[in-house]
Design a protein around this ligand. Structure first.
Ligand code: S6P
Ligand code: ZN
Length: 194
């Protein structure tokens, strides 16, 4: 057991390692977890509940998947993962992630866009909001205390790599109650932020 800052770290140190990331598919090898989110996993997230129900009954499409290489969820560690957010809409609203605050609020995150285009929506509990366009090569910084959600506005998978602190954890419950202040909708003129 060692002390790191003011927090206790109990795992034995990791040896250096490498992972292989396929920029096009988002495949991360090796990975130790793969999380799938279908339309049915996102009740209440989309504005058009009727359109959502139709999609669920019509086959419940896959909205996104997250591949992660799990390491101890402890201060000092950095967790690496990729998200593959598929193209599609629920009604007029583009496919998006559930969105979350980190449970430990004072932890940030870095996203690197690899393929496709979309938005990173951000908000704070104090009423702050932001929307950052993302595409291949975009490095987006999520500061501590900012909830974050991604939206795919393209016709191909929106793929990005993320690195976040081991102790961060994920708070989805707050977003399920409050939602985000901005939505991204498909219009004849293209993606519109409302
Ligand atoms: C983790 C990081 C991403 C998301 C992923 C899915 O801190 O922000 O890997 O987990 O994009 O989004 P969500 O909101 O379902 O976790
Ligand atoms: Zn996060």
């Amino acid at each position: 057991m060692t002390e790191s800052g003011d927090r206790t770290v109990s795992s034995k140190p990791l040896d250096p390692f490498t992972l292989m990331l396929d920029f096009r598919s988002g495949a991360l090898e090796p990975h130790t977890s793969r999380t799938e989110r279908h339309v049915s996993d996102m009740q209440g997230a989309y504005a058009d509940a009727t359109a959502q129900e139709h999609l669920v009954k019509g086959g419940d499409p896959l909205v996104y998947e997250v591949l992660q290489y799990d390491i101890p969820e402890e201060v000092g560690q950095l967790i690496c993962c990729t998200t593959v957010l598929h193209p599609g809409t629920v009604g007029d609203e583009y496919f998006m992630t559930k969105g979350h605050y980190h449970s430990v609020r004072d932890t940030g995150e870095v996203y690197l866009g690899l393929r496709g285009h979309g938005y990173l929506l951000l908000m704070t509990e104090e009423g702050g909001k932001a929307a950052t366009p993302m595409g291949p090569g975009t490095v987006a910084y999520v500061p501590p205390n900012w909830a974050h959600r991604t939206v795919n506005t393209s016709e191909e998978p929106f793929v990005f790599f993320a690195v976040y602190p081991g102790q961060a954890g994920h708070d989805y419950g707050t977003i399920e109650k409050t939602g985000f202040p901005q939505r991204v909708l498909r219009t004849p003129e293209g993606a519109e932020l409302r």
